[in-house]
Design a protein around this ligand. Structure first.
Ligand SMILES: [Zn+2]
Length: 586
């Protein structure tokens, strides 16, 4: 590292103090620095360079290094500037005294008069260096007339002139200018690149900093080394040269990842009260609501990435946080996260325009709890596959298989705590678990689905987007408004079709006798609802098990014409698709 020249002989901000003095020190623009060094070595200098890229990635720094190297009095054989000659020193010292190197800010010198002045300077050769160098920062800010004036110079530049343009918006630079420049695209710096540079600087400066802090600062820098170094200075001052993540959290007053993990814990345990209380605590500490929402979005994005890829490699977080995400993968399904993320993004859209942002966030949090029940059909099928493969039954013997195979029972809304199945194109909400299938048995049934269809009355189940229970819910709502007492004894009941296509009203054993007394009324309501007389049987929950037949899949014909019975896995798959309007998520 070269000697530091500081005219103030006092505190110098990190970005300036640790500005690279040689090409080799420039962080992660190796392709550019190597190309430039080789050009210098081989004396193949272009008259105009255009450095493009986001802010704080080293465009001006490399422009100065190029100027230093071109005019260096003792240039090293590898093309690096010497750093000690007068020319090098003057350029390093912000070009205060260099007679042949000019740094111009395009934003404040954008008019034709400024360019005319520049052209005057171009006319005369360098005072004491080999090249007369013009570094124009934010060149895209020049006016059209200025560009035109500049173009004439670029078309026939004097041999001693080198222009180095820098811009964050190359698309605003006229093509006529672009065509005359050698263009270099500077890449955005990664968090790792920035944090390792900060690690180096903190070591040199005798500032202690934990990994998580440096990672946080690098991340806040958003690809800009200059911004990150500015934050590093602020953090060092605030933490008195001992930067810890704990102190930074209070300094930046930001909701950090542990906050979101805690929120997810509340969501997962469906603790709305705890969740809202926790959120209230954050708000009273002065957390910014927009930043909170941004953080929540990023958190779910991170969950999605770790869940989809099975690891946390693509997450821009410190190792500690990455580990936490890896541990969290098993707690959520991909579908659950996607749905939650969609909801959050919807809220983001309305958030900015809302006059009641806090309520919006609270509603969002409570709604996120609702998604914790969502399970993917593929997940259920996987579980069944596992059950099937564990089963000792002979898979070729269909009857044998059925007798010992798991049986399925459609769940009622009361069971799930949800408002019935809301199967959309991509999802099906199912709350039963595989263990439930295992403990029940029913006589084998081999009726193909075609026969089942014929015996079904003209009730279009799919029109309500779900099973019979969807209709039953509507009927129950009518009953609720008519006869509250009756409703109270049937509110947990379900309405289902048994093996023999009989309609069954399933009630808790304890309310069976009571409901029986109102069966005429209830059957009347049901028949009226479906527009036809419908015989309804009342059954006790403990006695009623819907058999596998209502889930049966069509039998398939083998190539030799023999009929192949579908296995249980296929039966369930067909049932989920038929009864729950489900689709597989790939
Ligand atoms: Zn030098």
């Amino acid at each position: 590292m070269a000697e530091l020249f500081d005219p103030n002989d006092g505190y110098t901000v990190t970005a300036r103090k640790w500005r690279p003095r040689v090409f080799d020190d420039v962080t992660s623009q190796e392709f550019i620095t190597k190309t430039l060094r080789n050009a210098i070595k081989n004396n193949r200098i272009s008259h105009a360079y255009l450095f493009c890229g986001p802010r704080g990635v080293g465009k001006t720094t490399v422009a100065r290094l190029l100027a230093m190297s071109l005019n260096c009095l003792n240039r090293k054989p590898n093309g690096e500037p010497c750093n000690v000659c007068d020319s090098c020193k003057e350029i390093m010292n912000d070009n205060r005294n260099h007679p042949d190197v000019f740094e111009i800010d395009g934003a404040s010198n954008r008019n034709i008069e400024d360019v005319r002045e520049l052209k005057e300077k171009v006319k005369y050769g360098p005072v004491r260096s080999k090249f007369k160098i013009f570094i124009i920062d934010e060149v895209h800010m020049l006016t059209g007339a200025s560009f035109n004036a500049l173009l004439k110079t670029l078309e026939e530049p004097p041999p001693y002139v080198v222009f180095i343009f820098a811009t964050t918006s190359p698309e605003k630079v006229p093509l006529t200018i672009l065509g005359r420049c050698q263009k270099f695209d500077f890449k955005r710096l990664t968090i790792d690149e920035i944090s390792s540079r900060l690690r180096y600087i903190s070591g040199e400066e005798k500032i202690t900093a934990d990994d998580e802090s440096l990672f946080f600062i690098a991340k806040k820098g958003d690809g800009s080394m200059r911004d990150a170094q500015g934050l590093f200075d602020m953090s060092a001052a605030y933490c008195d040269n001992n930067i810890t993540f704990e102190k930074l959290k209070s300094f930046f007053n930001l909701a950090q990842s542990d906050v979101y993990f805690e929120i997810c814990d509340f969501i997962k345990s469906k603790d709305a009260k705890g969740l809202l209380g926790y959120f209230d605590g954050l708000m009273s500490k002065g957390y910014d609501m927009q930043i909170f929402l941004d953080g929540l979005t990023e958190h779910y994005r991170n969950l999605l990435v770790s869940c989809s890829t099975g690891n946390a490699d693509l997450i821009l977080e410190s190792e500690t946080v990455k580990k936490k995400y890896t541990e969290y993968i098993s707690r959520f399904t991909e579908l659950e996260i996607i749905n939650s993320l969609k909801l959050i993004l919807q809220t983001e859209y309305t958030f900015k325009f809302s006059s009641n942002q806090r309520t919006l966030l609270e509603a969002l949090l409570v709604e996120l709890i609702k998604f914790t029940d969502t399970r993917e059909i593929s997940q259920i099928l996987e579980e069944l596959k596992a059950i099937k493969s564990d089963s000792p039954v002979n898979t070729s013997g269909f009857k044998q298989q059925i007798s010992s195979a798991p049986q399925f029972k459609s769940t009622s809304p009361a069971d799930t705590g949800n408002s019935g199945f809301t199967g959309s194109a991509q999802q099906v909400k199912v709350s039963y678990t595989s263990s439930q299938y295992l403990n029940e048995s029913a006589p084998p049934k081999q009726e193909p689905i075609a026969a089942v269809k014929e015996s079904v009355p003209v009730v279009d189940i799919s029109s309500a987007g779900g099973d019979l229970n969807t209709h039953w819910l509507s009927i129950k709502e009518q009953i609720k408004s008519e006869r509250k007492w009756v409703y109270s004894i049937i509110k947990d009941s379900t309405f289902e079709l048994d093996d023999n296509q009989n309609y069954m009203l399933r009630v808790d054993d304890g309310t069976y006798e009571l409901v029986d007394g109102y069966m005429d009324y209830l059957a009347g309501k049901i028949s009226k609802y479906f527009g036809q007389p419908l015989p309804v049987n009342l059954v006790k929950s403990s006695e009623f098990i819907s058999s596998v037949s209502s889930f049966s899949a069509p039998a398939e014909k083998n190539s030799d014409g023999t009929v192949q019975e579908p296995d249980n896995y296929e039966k369930l798959r067909a049932a989920l698709i038929k009864d729950f309007n489900a689709k597989e998520v790939n």
